[in-house]
Design a protein around this ligand. Sequence first.
Ligand SMILES: Nc1ncnc2c1ncn2[C@@H]1O[C@H](COP(=O)(O)OP(=O)(O)O)[C@@H](O)[C@H]1O
Ligand SMILES: Cc1ncc(COP(=O)(O)O)c(N)n1
Length: 506
Amino acid sequence: MTVSAQSAVYPLKAVRRPIPRVLSIAGSDPSGGAGIQADLKSIAANGGYGMAVITALTVQNTQGVTAVHVPPVEFLRQQLDAISDDITVDAVKIGMLGDAAVIHEVRRWLGEARPAVVVLDPVMIATSGDRLLAESAETALRELLPLADLVTPNLPELAMLLGEPEATDWASALEQGKRLAAACGNTVLVKGGHLQGAGCPDALVNTGGVLSQDVVEFAGRRVETRNSHGTGCSLSSAMATAKARLGDWESALRVVKPWLQEALIQSEVLEVGKGNGPIHHFHALRHALQPGDFAVRMWDAAQTELAAIYGLDFIQHLQSGGLSEAQFSYYLSQDAIYLNGYSRVLARASALAPNETEQLFWARGSQMCLEVESELHRNWLSGRQVSGELGPVTKAYVDHLLAASASGSYAVLLAAVLPCYWLYAEVGQQLHHGYLQAGASDEHPYADWLRTYADEAFAEATRKAIDITDAAAQAASPAERAAMMEAFAQSCRYETAFFDAPRLHG
Ligand SMILES: Nc1ncnc2c1ncn2[C@@H]1O[C@H](COP(=O)(O)OP(=O)(O)O)[C@@H](O)[C@H]1O
Ligand SMILES: Cc1ncc(COP(=O)(O)O)c(N)n1
């Protein structure tokens, strides 16, 4: 009994490879949007292991091709043989071939290596209009077509291969596709990219009964973009990969077409070149957060509140010395109450910390809060008339921190406690700087207080707290990160409210 690749129980149409080894035989585009550079990205983005044998070098950017260099064909032979002598090639994509000698060499190799899947993108002219295949090589290219399982011409190439005028509507493009498929005995992917209109269809065409119908159409929306450099290269290498992974052309195009459409939609973010830019092959990849990224996001989020804090009467009057004694006393008394609650929350961060270093850091922070609290009572509040009653903003801020500590997420709790370090250190440094700029007068009514602000040890602790929170964000899930930003932003708002509370409640 021979083992068939087709299972009677499960509709497998061919042996499928989870990570197919896909070889691109194509030209190089140094700008990275087309040719082997696009192929390797496309193969990887579609789940394959990419390899590349270079047929030709181009001098190219998004604006066009200015020169082509075809290396000695003997060297091409060595590259091809080196691959097939060592590696099982599950699929091959053939792109720019340059001239007839290259085509003959690739033809020889295909005959010997007999890869399971061969996709031929009959590249002749680049999107920019520049020739990528010598005119004299067109006949050799036509003769190569029957060796491919799938041919992916664009409409001008389809017309040239048939020796007919270019199709200007979808129906005649499909008719041409059928004629080419019948002539070559393989499957043709007819592409609608060069037509006008809101739609951008593609179709698989085979008149030999290989597909579920002779013509299988895949509708698609046309993306309004100039970034179409390398779409044909990317499509053909993605199809080679997806065919080896999924087993049949229809399943392959069903996943590749939406991928390509999204790559066109998201191409704008790349900002590559002044001409026809590349598509975004890795649009589906969520980039891992790099160290420092989340700190930058938090800093950006804090800017509105920082500006609001600097604009507050309390801060401006504290700086100028015009702040009323009653408001300053209210601020100090609420600070003492707040620090007691904050100390408990930092103790909770210490309890949740994943390692001893962080455990110790937050425990020290917690202890420091209690020390500053008693210092406030001893040196600042003892001689003042203050009620010591819990104010509404202090209560709301501490409740918010307690809620964050009850969330059970270390990362969310850190995001909630961070503004008290960061914004306080920032505002404190600005106030201290302003005090020094104004001459650091001993006559300033709040001179003693302003001098305490330039505490390098607190600035250092703040930097450490930012780094720890940033690292926690890297380890967090996207949902947890969103909760972190929310908790951080809310604490920033409470920082502003805390500085404004003496005006309202003092
Ligand atoms: N503006 C567009 N919007 C959506 N898909 C497009 C667009 N331009 C091209 N495509 C798709 O890109 C692939 C390549 O098409 P095409 O531009 O016709 O070939 P080539 O890049 O070889 O000239 C096809 O799948 C086509 O449908
Ligand atoms: C090296 C090389 N190969 C192929 C193309 C075609 O690109 P497109 O996919 O835009 O038709 C190109 N511009 N450069």
